[in-house]
Ligand binder design. Sequence first.
Ligand SMILES: [Zn+2]
Length: 71
Amino acid sequence: MARRRARAPPFKACRKCKSLVPKEATRCPVCGSTDLSEDWEGVVIVIDVEKSLLAKKLGIERPGRYAVKVR
Ligand SMILES: [Zn+2]
């Protein structure tokens, strides 16, 4: 996968469901968790969950923008 330039995008990642949420958010809009991390890597955009192998691998169940790795 191509890596973007090293500028931190304005997102945080949910440790529970890996969703990317706006940096100012305090709660994940997808699963309601407040366990958000600014230390994450890689973006995967899932449009069709059924057809995405990566979505299956990451356990993603609905379309959206996700982090590949959340620390
Ligand atoms: Zn979440």
